[in-house]
Design a protein around this ligand. Structure first.
Ligand code: FAD
Length: 309
């Protein structure tokens, strides 16, 4: 083995302005609060920092990008390679005319509020999505009748080798909670089309969305939001309910009593408990209604038994 290959991933990194942490806990960075560690976690200070690392990174090292982990299940064996998390250096929000520009690390709720404050309508739905703009653009996040594909003007992303590209909405080939964006592409920022509106009416709509959410979702719990996508013309929660899965448990992992398309970690659930519970729900729904539910939650990493020494 060559001397360079014997070095740890951290030792092979160039000097950066941001943070590089070896064997970093990802459980604290995911809403489920469970799962293993990242071999190396990188929180770049800015775009230049990120590009520098990507250009330096050996092609054999896998990369995984995460937002605030509101739609993620980190498996118990952790994630090999470099895990990239865009934070403060990517959270700028600014308006130009009817266009709202936001960094990939900006929280959706902050973007919705900033647009409202500037009398720009159309992004109210983002108040109901507790993730970042990067995650929203990747997942085609949506709520209450609107989704990212309805408002995206364009986005900038960087590829595995540090090349920045501008992407048009058609490049994402959006469908329900899905984009065709390659997993190795990292969204850096996005611009959204909005329309002139009345600030008070926009805020009123946002309040309505927030209170409907509070009534129907188990907010304040360790969850990953909707577990399964709604099949065409049907509601996943109804199929789960009819299959008798409401409240079903494996250890500390439970199908929410309040909204049965949400899984909850009551504290001690492993990622395996949550994934096994989700799979049990899928097979019961298949038996009961013939429908194969598709995971909306994204899994990253390896199961514990595959954990590398
Ligand atoms: C209580 C609750 C309610 C929710 N309600 C909704 C809802 O109403 N509508 C909805 O759509 N979702 C909802 N979600 C799910 C989640 O908030 C969204 O999917 C959100 O867009 C995920 O953003 P994130 O930053 O947390 O991404 P993460 O969960 O960290 O990652 C999700 C995916 O996005 C990718 N990703 C993250 N950042 C980037 C980036 N910069 N570039 C490229 N890829 C990236 C990750 O690789 C991963 O595949 C809810 C979640 C919770 C916990």
């Amino acid at each position: 083995m060559r001397a360079e290959e014997r070095k740890s991933l951290l030792e092979r990194m160039p000097h950066v302005k941001g943070r590089l942490v070896e064997n970093a806990s990802l459980s604290r960075l995911s809403w489920f609060r469970t799962g293993g560690n990242a071999e190396l976690l990188f929180e770049p200070a800015d775009e230049g920092d990120l590009v520098k690392v990507l250009r330096h990174l050996p092609g054999s090292v896998p990369i995984t990008v995460i937002g605030v982990g509101s739609n993620l299940l980190v498996r118990d064996g952790g994630v090999e390679g470099l895990v990239i998390r865009l934070g403060r250096g990517f959270a700028d929000i600014c308006m130009r005319g009817n266009v709202v520009n936001a960094g990939a690390g900006a929280m959706d709720v902050h973007v919705a509020k900033a647009a409202a404050k500037n009398g720009l309508a159309g992004l109210e739905f983002l108040v109901g999505v507790p993730g970042t703009i990067g995650g929203a653009v990747r997942m085609n996040a949506g709520a209450y009748g609107r989704e990212i594909k309805d408002v995206l003007k364009h986005a900038h992303a960087v590829d595995r080798y540090g090349h920045i590209v501008e992407l048009q909405p058609e490049d994402f080939d959006y469908s329900y909670r899905h984009s065709a964006l390659d997993d190795s592409m990292i969204v850096l920022k996005a611009s959204f089309n909005a329309s002139i509106g009345d600030e008070e009416k926009i805020l009123e709509r946002m309040r309505e969305i927030s209170s409907t959410r509070a009534e129907s979702q188990p907010l304040g719990t360790r969850t990953g939001g909707s577990t399964f996508k709604n099949p065409e013309g049907q509601h996943a929660w109804e199929l789960i309910d009819k299959a008798g899965c409401r409240g079903m448990r494996i250890g500390d992992a439970q199908v929410s009593e309040k909204h049965c398309n949400f899984l909850i970690n009551h504290g001690g659930a492993s990622a395996a408990d949550l994934e096994t519970l989700g799979e049990k729900v899928r097979s019961r729904v298949k038996e009961n209604s013939g429908v194969e539910l598709e995971w909306e939650i994204r899994m990253i990493g390896s199961p514990a038994e595959e954990r590398k020494p």
